[in-house]
Structure formats: structure tokens, C-alpha cells
Design a protein around this ligand. Sequence first.
Ligand SMILES: C[S@@+](CC[C@H](N)C(=O)[O-])C[C@H]1O[C@@H](n2cnc3c(N)ncnc32)[C@H](O)[C@@H]1O
Length: 360
Amino acid sequence: MNEIAIESPLDKIQDVIENGTRYAFITGDSLNVLKKIPINSINCVITSPPYWNLREYDTNHFENSIGNESDYRDYIITLTNIFIEIHRIIKNDGSLWLNLGDKYYNKALMGIPWRVALSLMDKGWILRNDIIWDQMKGTQSAKDRLRDVYEHIFHFVKNKTYYYNHDEIRIEPIRKPKIYNGELVSATGVNGKKYRKQIAESNSLNELERKNANIALDEVLNDLAIGKIVDFRMTIRGEQRAFHSESTSISGRAKELESKGYYILKMGANGHLPSDIWRIAPEDTWRKDAHYAVFPEELIINPIKATCPDDGIVLDPFSGTGSAVAIAIKLGRRGIGIDISENYNKIAEERVKNLKNQLF
Ligand SMILES: C[S@@+](CC[C@H](N)C(=O)[O-])C[C@H]1O[C@@H](n2cnc3c(N)ncnc32)[C@H](O)[C@@H]1O
């Protein structure tokens, strides 16, 4: 009699890691599954574990369902153990993006996201950003405090140097240099004439400093003309104050101002990096039929673009409806999702299959 080969979760994971299979969804307890994943094999983890004491998922009744702990300290230990395992399986230049929301308990805001973050830092994770996800939420019932509108997204890395493709996530400058009254001005209308006059009339600059400041101003105006930059600001000793601090022991710019007599800040034409406050409305399409806390697609795009190389692997150990995996596939990466709920995994599989039909 022929034996029927039953594919184990490990085989499915191995296929993605080693054989180039695009994605896999594994049903099981995250910690148990993670323990089976080889060391240094995942580029990027993006995840939103169940929040403590929220009780909104249809998986709350499962034995290993996270978030049901009666003491928040047990929740933090459970999550910490999971992220110790993730530290092991992530590549040396890999990243972890962890989304967590807070909780009021006995009237007190518990500070759960930061308690978890501090615990992970104690276990060796290096925190690079605390992103405030402004969800622009509507109403709330409490009348004795302000509305809560944000959650945290922590970006952790394993080592001080790590994969980060900042060019992939730059924001194009909205305003560009233009011709105004027949002359070139920067995105915010700077033409350099005011600086030229200040350099000429300054009592603070000596002749050499005056000459060098004029040369630097010529150079930056040329950069503007050839499209290398979109804007600039010049700070001249005795005319403008140094940004942030005038103390030469604190500020490098104040030091430059003292030694050279001027400094210039340039805004490059390649755009700037996004800030650590993201205004993204929560997803509502999937929520209606299947899940309570789906990642909005927009939230995951930049983490994947910046920290997962082309064809690299994105893992979500609490994948729910499979958003992180779906976006990874859309962006040409591979993806692995783990969820305790078979039901959610079915929805996730279907979602990615439909995506594949659209894509290939
Ligand atoms: C906040 S939701 C994730 C939603 C997901 N980001 C999405 O876009 O759909 C958390 C998920 O963790 C799952 N979960 C709870 N305990 C788990 C465990 N021990 N192992 C694996 N998954 C678990 C729940 O079933 C739930 O789908």
C-alpha cells in the first residue's frame, strides 16, 4: 500500500526558506512553530500580537491564545519568550516591527507597549524607532480623559548595522524650486539675496570667512539650479541663531558656526524620510466578516520596503487574515504566517491565492 505523504508545518516553512515557495500559512501556537524554524533564516518580522485583556478574537477560547492572562506580567513574559525565539531565527541584519496598543485596567492606563518594549531591550533587541500610529479614531465613551487615537509600532533590530533601504521609502518633495519674477527660487521662495547682503554687511565675519561664505552660497545656488536640491537655509554668525542650541559643546552646528562663520542646511531633491508619526486609518474591509484587528496595507508597505530585501522573507507569527504575507507577496518578497486559528488561516490563504491570480 502506498503511504500518503502528509506535509508537516516544518516542510512548508522549509519550502519557503530553501526552495523559493512564495508563501506558507501554518496553523499552530506561535512559540511551538517558531522553535522549529532554523536560526538566521528570516529577514523581517512584522506583527501585531493579540493585545492584553482585549478579548475580541474568535480564538480567545484556545488554550494557548495570548492576551487572556489575568496578570499583565504573564502576558509580558509570554510575548518576551516569543520574541526571544524570533531573535534567534531572524537574520543578523534583520528587523522586527511590533505593533501594540495599550489598555486601561482598574482606571489606569497600563503602559503595556512600553513594558513589552523594555523587556525585549533587556533581552538584547535594539530599539530603533517608536512609531506613533495615529489611527484618527472617532468617538469614545469616557468623559474624564482625552480620546486615545494612537498605537505604537516599535522597530527593533538584532545588530547595530542592519539592512535598511532608505531610498525605497523617501517621500518626494511636494514643493519644488520655481522661477518667480524671472529668477530661480527654492521650494520655499529662498533666492539667496538676503544671505548675500548679510555676508557683505556682517561685522562678525573676517575677510576669509566672508569669501568662503560667498563661495558656499554660490555652490548651493548652483545645486538648486541643476536640481540636486530643492531648498536650503544658511546660518551666518551674528545674523541667525544655530538650530537647536547655541552651545558649541552641545551642537555640532553651533561649533561650525563659531569656527567657519556660517553653515548651510540642504534639502535634497531625493526627498526625505517619513517621520515617526504615521496617520493611517484602521482597515475596515476585512473586519466586517472575519477579524477585529487587521493591519491596514499602508502600514506594512514601508517596513517591508525598507527592511526586507527583494525576494527576502517576511514572517508574521500572529498573521490573522494574512495582511503582512499578502503585502510581502505583492512587493516581490516571500511570506510566512502563523496563526492559532485554522479559520483565519483559511481566509489568509484565500486572500493570497486571489492576489496571485491578479499578479501572475
Ligand atoms: C491582532 S491579530 C493579528 C491580525 C493581523 N495582523 C491581520 O492583519 O489580520 C492577532 C492574532 O493572533 C492570533 N493568536 C492568538 N494567540 C496565538 C498563539 N498562541 N499563536 C499563534 N497565533 C495566536 C489570533 O488568532 C489573532 O488572529
